[in-house]
Design a protein around this ligand. Structure first.
Ligand code: ADP
Ligand code: MG
Length: 663
């Protein structure tokens, strides 16, 4: 068997399974081999029953002391038994598994593994896994891979399929010379791929992850280096005119605020790039609220006034709409045509915009990925800006440049990457950093509190609204499902509306709403027709309403620090004092410690570095990726050492490895 073979050629994979695999994006052996587990499950030594507490996930070694009961409940068939060790007993309960009746025998002992619930005075485990003592001993010493799944496919079927292609994995060629691997402490590639699917122990898994992160970084660095070579000399067909740069001065004078030094020098960099001989390729890095948008707008303005088209790409439609409205307003005096282009627009509407882009009637287009995904043709695309989003990949750039001369590229990022790493990761770009915040800005005041503080938080919201300000409330999270998420936002906002009393206008926003609805709500919020906006994290990136001064985040313990920092960044964008209330519902020791970081600091770089320190070394995957790059395993915070190593290796071997790294 070979990597290129169809998944169906694997022993044990039939038509149906192949179809299920297809839904996970797995159609070849290669797709399967590079479909990595999301996490691993490890079992722990059994503990005495008397030592368990509500919510613990534990193993207990117990004797079955009752007969196994099985009866029809209202909604399920329920199978249960009581099991004890010397220190106490637990009721074990399973739903819709009547066959278990014949699995357990009174008087025999088993290991039960599950989460403890306390019901009255009774300890209960619902749907525990069960093992014989012998089997559990074996399970204890292994780590079970957990793959990302979709319905129809089980973890087991993936594991079995990977197991069946072990020989293919062993046959994956090594591109690194032996001595490089040993000198640099890198695990061989084939072994790493084996270990990631079937880890022997934590240590070998860690080494495997490192090696794969290394490969991903190296491949990436080789690609951006060749990209750099091809763009650095790319001729600039979209120079900005003298007239455009002059008009820009007028625009700045009319802004109503003084630009910060960081903004000024970023604009200066952009201006000189765009008037130079070569195409611009620039990253503007600045923390949330540092004022990156206006920098992007000025670039788009200069480009448009010089007679070229510009595109602004953002990650969400909500953000696209907001930028569209702001920028339309900004561009009005210049008689430039600004259009919105998003995935949810009707085919007819989209076609209209496409037409205008093709004919050159539209000067600036703002939208989501749809812009590039749907084969947009431009008349003369001069500048592409991406805001708050993924790195503008090689593919995207190719797809745009194939539609004319290579445009200038400007990337706005709030991801706090240490400078030393940014230089490596953005080796194909020039970097401008906005270090300073607008001068008038007052520091956001933070507090981390428990649920008992809710009434005070609500009266604080009232007070802020009375003073003419607005508030965001990020709703408590529910399990995965989108529908329940919507219901949850709606019911929370109903409750809140009752709490706050009439006179305070509460509305809500969630991911399931139609784009038009979202747009209307956001519009009303910005026009101050809504006082309190209850929302899911759809507002996480980029939304700007400087009049909002209060952010209340329910279930703060369930978000990553970086995400919380982004959410908080929605306030503190105007001159008034702003506040952020983090509600810590669970109050575990770990969450208290993490949230303290946010309470103490508003600095994205500091938060990112603390976040890293607080994550235990056992935490392989519990982290949000850095967001900017499209790696499966590699992540600049966890594997910064591998990034540096990959940098060294790429400098030594350069192009030699090009095309050799299979990922
Ligand atoms: P971000 O860097 O997070 O994208 P924005 O560009 O959205 O930040 O700017 C946040 C707010 O700050 C906006 O309301 C913007 O108008 C305002 N702003 C930007 N630059 C300045 C400045 N130099 N002085 C005062 N306010 C500014
Ligand atoms: Mg922004």
């Amino acid at each position: 068997m070979r990597l290129e073979d169809d998944i169906i050629s694997i022993k044990g994979v039939g038509e149906k399974t192949a179809k299920d695999f297809g839904r996970l994006g797995i159609s070849t052996v290669r797709d399967l081999v590079f479909y990595y587990p999301r996490s691993y499950k490890t079992y722990s030594e059994p503990v005495p029953v008397s030592s368990v507490a509500e919510g613990d996930r534990v193993a207990v070694f117990c004797k079955v002391v009752t007969y196994v009961e099985s009866h029809k409940g209202r909604r399920y068939n329920i199978t249960s038994l009581t099991a004890s060790d010397d220190t106490g007993s637990i009721r074990m309960v399973w739903f819709n598994m009547p066959f278990l009746r014949s699995v357990f025998k009174k008087g025999e002992s088993y290991v039960f593994y599950g989460v403890i619930k306390i019901k009255g005075s009774m300890r209960v485990m619902e749907m525990p896994e069960y093992f014989t003592q012998f089997k559990y001993q074996k399970a204890l010493t292994t780590m079970q891979p957990i793959y990302p799944l979709k319905s129809g496919i089980t973890n087991n079927s993936i594991t079995r399929a990977v197991d069946a292609v072990k020989d293919v994995i062993f046959g994956i060629p090594e591109y690194l010379p032996e001595n490089e691997m040993s000198d640099r402490g890198l695990m061989p590639r084939a072994e790493a791929l084996m270990q990631i699917h079937f880890p022997q122990n934590e240590e070998s898994l860690r080494a495997a992850l490192k090696r794969i992160a290394f490969d991903e970084f190296l491949e990436f660095l080789i690609r951006i280096r060749s990209l750099r070579e091809s763009t650095v000399t790319e001729e600039n067909f979209h120079r900005i005119t003298k007239e455009a740069t002059q008009k820009k001065e007028g625009f700045i004078a009319g802004l109503g605020f003084e630009l910060t030094d960081g903004q000024k020098s970023a604009i200066q960099d952009i201006e000189s790039d765009m008037s130079s001989e070569h195409v611009m390729n620039r990253l503007v890095q600045g923390d949330v609220g540092s004022g990156k948008t206006v920098v992007a707008v000025i670039a788009l303005l200069m480009n448009a006034l010089s007679g070229h088209q510009g595109a602004l790409m953002v990650p969400t439609e909500v953000l696209a709409v907001q930028h569209f409205e702001d920028i339309s307003r900004y561009m009005k005096p210049y008689k430039l045509s600004v259009r919105l282009l998003t995935g949810s627009m009707s085919v007819k509407e989209k076609r209209e915009v496409y037409q205008e882009l093709k004919s050159g009637n539209c000067d600036i287009v703002i939208g989501t990925h749809a812009i590039i995904q749907e084969a947009t043709q431009f008349n003369d695309l001069g500048l592409v800006v991406t805001d708050e989003q993924h790195r503008f990949g090689v593919k995207q750039r190719d797809s745009l440049s194939s539609k004319g001369h290579i445009p200038h590229v400007l990337i706005m990022s709030a991801t706090p990457i240490p400078r030393t790493l940014a230089i490596i990761l953005y080796a194909d770009m020039d970097i401008s950093v906005i270090k300073d915040m607008p001068a008038e800005r007052k520091r956001i005041k933070n507090c981390v509190v428990g649920t008992e503080y809710r009434p005070s938080a609500y009266s604080f919201i009232k007070q802020q609204v009375k003073e003419g300000h607005q508030a965001y409330v990020i709703c408590p999270m529910v399990e995965e499902n989108d529908i329940t998420e919507a219901e949850n936002v709606i019911s929370y906002s109903d409750e809140l509306s009752k709490e706050l009393g009439s006179g305070i206008r509460v509305s809500y926003l969630h991911g399931r709403m139609k784009e038009d609805e979202k747009k209307d709500i956001l519009h009303s919020f910005i026009k101050r027709e809504i006082d309190v906006l209850v929302s899911t994290t759809v507002i996480e990136v980029g939304i700007n309403n400087p009049n909002a001064t209060l952010m209340m985040i329910e279930n703060a313990e369930r978000f990553g620090l970086a995400q919380l920092h982004q959410l908080r960044g929605r306030v503190g964008r105007g001159d008034a004092q702003s506040y952020c209330i983090f509600i810590n519902v669970k109050k575990s020791k770990e969450s208290v410690e993490r949230l303290k970081v946010l309470e103490e600091s508003n600095d994205g770089f500091y938060i990112a570095s603390e976040d890293l320190k607080l994550r235990g070394p056992g935490d392989f995957f519990g982290i949000r990726q850095s967001g900017d790059m499209d790696f499966k395993i590699a992540d600049i915070y966890n594997y910064s050492d591998m990034l540096k190593l990959a940098q060294d290796v790429s400098l030594v071997y350069g192009k030699q490895f090009e095309g050799k790294i299979i990922l």
